[in-house]
Design a protein around this ligand. Structure first.
Ligand code: FES
Length: 124
């Protein structure tokens, strides 16, 4: 059973459990949204150990080389030490990410529509 060290806390992942679910289950405040590897909200950084390559798909080469990976796509087989991505790091890491730009645009569009729907007068 792989173990994860995160901000001084050690977590043991259950068989088949991905890192995001383990973090959330332990009460760690980690950002997430789609949980399918598309939005990159759950981006975390491996500071010791090698993240699974399957959890780095869609990331920029620079992000992969720096140890960033997607917690929702990480089914670990080896122990890993991670750091949660700060808002500033996330903004820098996502700045040139096409999928994150798409997500932000789509979410903004959806939120605008939702707000329009919730403020529209009811049909009479
Ligand atoms: S929650 Fe969207 S990529 Fe992980």
């Amino acid at each position: 059973m792989p173990k994860v060290l995160c901000d001084g806390r050690e977590l043991a992942l259950a068989p088949g459990e991905n890192l995001l679910d383990a973090l959330l289950g332990a009460g760690v405040a980690v950002a997430s949204s789609c949980k399918v590897g598309a939005c990159q909200a759950c981006l975390v950084k491996a500071t010791r150990g090698t993240p699974p390559s399957s959890a780095q798909q869609g990331l920029k080469d620079a992000q992969r080389h720096q140890g960033y990976f997607l917690a929702c796509q990480a089914n670990l087989t080896d122990d890993l030490t991670i750091s949660l991505t700060t808002a500033g790091e996330l903004a820098i890491a996502a700045r040139s990410s096409r999928s994150t730009r798409w997500h932000r645009t789509s979410c903004a569009s959806l939120c605008d529509r939702k707000n329009a729907w919730s403020t529209a007068p009811a049909n009479t």
